[in-house]
Design a protein around this ligand. Structure first.
Ligand SMILES: [Zn+2]
Ligand SMILES: [Zn+2]
Ligand SMILES: [Zn+2]
Ligand SMILES: [Zn+2]
Length: 232
């Protein structure tokens, strides 16, 4: 199994323990045994997949996905825990092949690639993924949040209740106010690519204005568009 390492501390959802980010993959390799019920003689193949912000890897998670689930199931999961603000389009890029979410707003039709994208809901994971496969995910083609996912392993488990479940995620990082160095609670949406975070005292003095501030939440989409959580 590939041992993906992260720099920030996380929490295992299976045993509720806090685990260092560089030990989480090894930890899950043992702890995921809980997902196989005793006496289950019809286990299914499940993929262990890591995800993190492409430019903000301190936000990370690991998920388990039944290999008969679709790319759309992973997209829905990522939207639920990390991304959804106003129903933007999203896509996966797997070795140059683009899979697009269902078009559900006026943004449909715009796509900066020559090839017509395929639909995420038309392919199952076992058709397009194997251990080592890297997936690039984009949510919102305007103010884009870029994620990088990687298939770490395939293992046997009892069929999960949901097609995708959360195994572990980073603990909310303590980010410093760029002005005074105290713990920040707000992020400027006007400077979203610069990740400018502020404490409540310093936020009104920032040049973009207090109206641009959003709550700092535990998600790689924090500060982008109107995203105010929940995050993880
Ligand atoms: Zn655990
Ligand atoms: Zn939005
Ligand atoms: Zn401050
Ligand atoms: Zn700003």
């Amino acid at each position: 199994m590939k041992k993906k390492r992260f720099g920030s501390e996380g929490r295992c959802r299976l045993c509720k323990k806090n685990i260092e980010g560089d030990k989480i993959s090894g930890h899950l390799e043992k702890c995921r045994g809980k997902l196989l019920k005793k006496d289950d003689n019809r286990p299914v193949n499940v993929m262990q997949i890591s995800a993190c912000g492409k430019h903000t890897p301190e936000f990370w998670l690991q998920l388990a996905a039944w290999d008969g689930a679709t790319l759309s199931d992973i997209d829905k999961f990522l939207r639920h825990v990390w991304l959804e603000c106003c129903g933007h389009l999203s896509s996966f890029n797997i070795n140059g092949v683009i899979y697009e979410s269902q078009a559900d707003d006026d943004g449909a039709g715009f796509f900066p690639f020559d090839a017509k994208p395929l639909s995420m809901s038309s392919v199952t994971l076992n058709e397009v993924l194997k251990p080592g496969t890297v997936l690039q995910h984009e949510y919102d083609f305007g103010t884009t949040t870029e994620l990088e996912l990687e298939v770490l392993d395939v293992f046997q488990a009892s069929k999960p209740q949901a097609p995708v479940i959360l195994l572990a995620h980073n603990i909310e990082p303590k980010i410093k106010c760029v002005s005074c160095g105290k713990i920040a609670s707000l992020i400027c949406s006007g400077c979203c690519y610069d990740f400018q975070c502020f404490c409540e005292k310093c936020a009104p003095k920032h040049e973009c204005g207090e109206d641009m501030m959003l709550p700092l939440v535990n998600s790689p989409r924090t500060g982008m568009c109107g995203y105010d959580g929940p995050g993880l």
